[in-house]
Design a protein around this ligand. Structure first.
Ligand code: PLP
Length: 392
C-alpha cells in the first residue's frame, strides 16, 4: 500500500528564502498579504525525493556533478509512458530552467530584429525574453468566447506572413488561460509554421497537470516533420515542486538546431547542473508518480472548490475553468474597475498577493491569476478575504 499524503497540512514557509512568502516588502506588497502568486506549491515533495536528497546532503561533498545513462533513461521513460513520445538520450540538453532555455533558443535560432510570435495573455517572461534579446515582439491574441480561450488562426497566419516571423513560442498547456491544446489545434499551428518556415519552441512545463477529460499531446510527437523544427522545453520542477533546484530537460531532435542551441549555452558560460537538481529529477521521474497522482487529485478539488465558491458567493467574478495547470484565471471585468482600482481591491482591501492580469499582456487587464497549489484552508481564507473586500 503506497503512502497517503495529507495536503491539508499547513507548513509555514516563512523564513525559508521562499520567494512567495519571504519577499513581500522587496516586491512592494504588504507583509500581511496572503501570497497565492508565483507558481510553486505549498506542499512537501514526495518522500522518495526527500530521501534521495538527504542521502546526497549527508555525503557532505558537493563537487561538480554530471548525469549518467540512468538519469536520461528516467526522463525518456516518463515521456514514453505518459505521452507516448519516444526521445533519444542524445536529444536531451539540461539547462537550469525553462526560461533560460527560451532565451537561448531565441538567440540560437534568430537574429536581432527578427520577429518572434507569442499568444497573449501569456506567462510574462515570454515577452521579456523576446524584447530583452532585441527581437521584434509579435502578438496573436487569444480569443475568449463562451468562457474558453481559442486561437484566432487567421490572425496567427497573417501575422506570421506579414512580419516574416522566424520563431513561435508556444505555451502548452497554456499559462495563464489554462487551455490544454487539442490535437487539431496543434496540427493547425504546425501546418502554418511548417508552411512558413517558422521554428517552434514549445514550453510544455505544465504538461503533467492536465485535468480529467483532457489530454496533452507533445507537439513534437505529432509528426516527424514537426519534430525537425521544434524545441520542446520540459522540466520536473513544476510537476514535483522542485523549482528551487533549477533543472530542466530541453529536447531537440534536429541535430543542426541542437548544435546551435548547445553553442549558445556554451557561450553563456554554463556547463554542469546543480547536483541536487540532477538527483531530484531522476528520482522524481522514477518514483514520483504516486505522489503526483495524489497532488493532482487535491489540486482538482481545489479548483472545483473555487468554482463553487465563486458561483455561490461572488457571481460577479468568473473562473475561466482550466483544462490544465494549477493557475486559475479569474475574470473581474464585471466589477468595472480600472487596473489601479482592481489592484487596490486585491492587495489593500482583500490583502491578497496574486498575479495581476495586466502583467500577462494588455489582454490580461481586468483579470487576476491565482495559484491554488496550497492547503484548502489557505485557499478558503483567500476567498473569504476576497468576498469581504468585494462586498464592502
Ligand atoms: C509556462 C512556464 N514556463 C516556464 C516557467 C518557469 O520555468 P523555470 O523556473 O524552469 O525557468 C513557468 C513558471 O511558472 C511557466 O509557467
Amino acid at each position: 500500500m503506497s503512502k497517503i499524503y495529507d495536503f491539508n497540512q499547513v507548513i509555514s514557509r516563512q523564513h525559508t528564502h521562499s520567494l512567495k512568502y519571504d519577499f513581500a516588502s522587496e516586491r512592494n506588497h504588504p507583509q500581511d498579504a496572503l501570497p497565492l502568486w508565483v507558481a510553486d506549491m505549498d506542499f512537501p515533495v514526495a518522500d522518495e525525493i526527500k530521501e534521495a536528497l538527504q542521502t546526497t546532503v549527508n555525503h557532505g561533498i558537493y563537487g561538480y556533478s554530471e548525469s549518467k545513462g540512468d538519469y536520461y533513461q528516467a526522463v525518456i521513460n516518463w515521456y514514453q509512458q505518459h505521452f507516448d513520445y519516444h526521445i533519444d538520450s542524445s536529444w536531451i540538453i539540461k539547462t537550469p530552467g525553462v526560461v533560460f532555455a527560451l532565451a537561448h533558443a531565441i538567440k540560437a535560432l534568430t537574429q536581432e530584429g527578427d520577429a518572434v510570435l507569442i499568444q497573449t495573455p501569456v506567462y510574462y517572461p515570454f515577452k521579456e525574453v523576446v524584447e530583452d534579446n532585441h527581437r521584434q515582439l509579435i502578438t496573436n491574441s487569444l480569443v475568449l468566447k463562451d468562457g474558453k480561450y481559442h486561437i484566432d488562426f487567421e490572425d496567427f497566419e497573417n501575422k506570421i506572413k506579414q512580419h516574416h516571423v522566424k520563431l513561435f513560442l508556444l505555451c502548452s498547456p497554456h499559462n495563464p488561460v489554462g487551455r490544454v491544446w487539442t490535437k487539431e489545434e496543434l496540427e493547425t499551428i504546425s501546418q502554418i509554421c511548417l508552411e512558413n518556415h517558422v521554428y517552434i519552441v514549445s514550453d510544455e512545463i505544465h504538461s503533467d497537470f492536465v485535468h480529467p477529460h483532457n489530454h496533452h499531446y507533445m507537439l513534437a510527437s505529432l509528426s516527424p516533420a514537426l519534430q525537425e523544427i521544434t524545441i520542446t522545453c520540459t522540466a520536473p520542477t513544476k510537476t514535483f515542486n522542485l523549482a528551487g533546484l533549477q533543472i530542466s530537460n530541453i529536447i531537440i531532435p534536429n541535430e543542426t538546431i541542437r548544435n546551435k542551441f548547445k553553442r549558445q549555452i556554451d557561450a553563456s558560460g554554463y556547463s554542469q547542473c546543480n547536483m541536487f537538481g540532477l538527483v531530484a529529477c531522476q528520482v522524481a521521474y522514477e518514483k514520483g508518480n504516486d505522489w503526483l497522482k495524489q497532488v493532482k487529485d487535491y489540486l482538482y478539488q481545489n479548483i472545483l472548490y473555487v468554482d463553487q465558491f465563486l458561483k455561490e458567493n461572488l457571481p460577479q467574478v468568473h473562473l475561466i475553468f482550466p483544462e490544465g495547470t494549477y493557475l486559475l484565471w479569474l475574470d473581474f471585468r464585471e466589477l468595472h474597475l480600472s487596473n489601479e482600482q482592481l489592484e487596490d481591491l486585491i492587495v489593500n482591501k482583500a490583502k491578497l498577493w496574486l498575479d495581476s492580469g495586466s502583467m500577462f499582456g494588455k489582454d490580461g487587464e481586468g483579470f487576476q491569476r491565482i495559484n491554488v497549489a496550497c492547503p484548502r484552508s489557505i485557499l478558503k481564507q483567500a476567498l473569504f478575504q476576497l468576498q469581504s473586500a468585494i462586498n464592502q
